[in-house]
Design a protein around this ligand. Structure first.
Ligand code: PLP
Length: 424
């Protein structure tokens, strides 16, 4: 298999001509498909439809006797904390289940740190001068948008298959006291599918930090979202930080947004005892308590790990063929000559497609052919993909047939954009 860049001028001209014809033919099909966001498909949501009948009239008391109809219990129901603490890898007393969005919990951690400082802060972050966050890239656009919103400067570090470039991370964090935070999606990352290795996690826990209040935002959104039979487990950052003498460094998050209903699931936050006390003190000024009825509903439907894993296996049966449909189409249309490369994640919701120097043009052409994709640059701080190469592909929402069609449209757009690039 040769690379496109190795073809001579005549072969490039021929490829371009053929790519323009295939793309034009596809465009005439007037396809309208949206692949911009990684949302569960309707068939997945149907598998948890029973939640809508739960907990059911007369069923409002939690195991410990809490009446879920009333105010209180900021840290969440005991049975929900126990279950999600086991999943996220923390002690139940250092785990809270609250609200419907883990992003909101990350946001509140940032805002409380800005306004008041975290328990290790010499000063609130908004009085500490220009502060910075490390952003492994490609990464998650909502993280970057949130950071930008509060004027926190973002520093990109390259994300490899087993985590961020740790030599860079260690050097930056050791030298720069303005670096207060770092975003990490440690398992099946959005969007590349990277899985942090145990060695990377150990280094993150141990590395010296110039800022005493440095925090790692450990967003385990895809903690149990496996796409193969292998249920990959990563090392536990919280316990690694404790062992390394940095017990307050890890802020760990997950949610059931892509387990039950996005926007109506459970969000989880776990950290050290000190951080939890600090967070709950501010959270209890913000609200009188979470939606315990939703927590009870979730515990009725999915009371333990085996119920959750059985559901995730059903999802995998729906999702994995869609990823395979994308790979099959990309292999066929982008493999020979090699026009682009792409990831084959073992879990999560996304494939990263790399079209060097022509991602923007590809997304534009795909859009003109009726396939909406995440805007280019979204996976980078300040929406700036320096090599104009990354495209996020989100196969979950569409049906398997639609995914194949969308992948074909994307691949034809890449072929045309890449041949244009070579001709230029
Ligand atoms: N974190 C990551 C990495 C995600 O990909 C997503 C959703 O796509 C979220 C968080 C959203 O989580 P939540 O719905 O709990 O706010």
């Amino acid at each position: 298999m040769g690379a496109l860049t190795e073809l001579d001028d005549r072969a490039i001209d021929a490829l371009h001509e053929q790519a323009a014809i295939s793309y034009g033919t596809f465009k005439k099909r007037e396809v309208r498909l949206n692949m911009a966001r990684g949302k569960p498909a309707l068939g997945q949501l149907d598998l948890v439809e029973r939640l809508l009948d739960l907990p059911g009239r007369g069923n409002h008391v939690a195991h410990d006797g809490t009446d879920c109809r009333n105010y209180g219990g900021m840290e969440g129901l005991a049975e929900a904390r126990a279950l999600y603490a086991r999943l996220i890898g923390a002690r139940p007393e250092n785990t809270m289940v609250g609200g419907n969005s883990s992003l909101a919990l990350m946001h509140d951690n940032i805002v409380y740190s800005m306004l008041k400082g975290n328990p290790s802060s010499p000063l609130p972050w908004n009085r500490a001068g220009r502060i910075r966050f490390l952003c492994p890239t490609p990464g998650y656009d909502y993280h970057f948008n949130m950071t930008e919103e509060y004027g926190i400067q973002m520093i990109s570090v390259p994300l490899g298959e087993d985590g961020p470039d740790m030599d860079r991370v260690e050097a930056l964090v050791a030298e720069d006291a303005a670096i207060k935070g770092m975003w990490c999606v440690p398992k099946y990352s959005n969007p590349t599918g990277a899985v942090y290795s145990d060695a990377v996690i150990e280094r993150l826990a141990r590395m010296p930090a110039a800022a005493p209040d440095f925090r790692i935002f450990w967003d385990n959104a895809y903690i149990m979202h496996h796409l193969t039979e292998e249920r990959i487990e990563t090392a536990n950052l919280l316990t690694a930080c404790e062992r390394a003498g940095n017990p307050d460094r890890a802020l760990m998050f997950m949610s059931t947004s892509k387990i039950t209903f996005p926007g109506a699931g459970l969000a989880v936050f776990a950290s050290s005892e000190t951080n939890m006390r600090w967070f709950l003190a501010s959270a209890s000024r913000r609200s009188i308590g979470p939606d315990k009825i939703n927590q009870l509903r979730h515990m009725c439907a999915l009371p333990d790990e085996s119920a959750l894993y059985a559901l995730m296996d059903q999802y995998r049966a729906i999702i994995a063929p869609k990823f395979d449909a994308v790979y099959g189409t990309f292999d066929r249309l982008l493999g020979d000559p090699r026009v682009a490369t792409w990831t084959r994640p073992k879990g999560g919701y996304f494939i990263s497609l790399y079209a060097d120097g022509c991602a923007r043009r590809t997304v534009e052409l795909a859009g003109e052919a009726g396939i909406a994709l995440t805007p280019t640059g979204a996976a980078f701080p300040y929406r700036n993909d320096p090599d104009d190469r990354h495209i996020r592909v989100a196969p979950t929402t569409l049906s398997a047939d639609e995914v194949g069609l969308a992948a074909e449209g994307i691949a034809l757009a890449v072929r045309l954009a890449a041949s244009e690039r070579e001709k230029a």
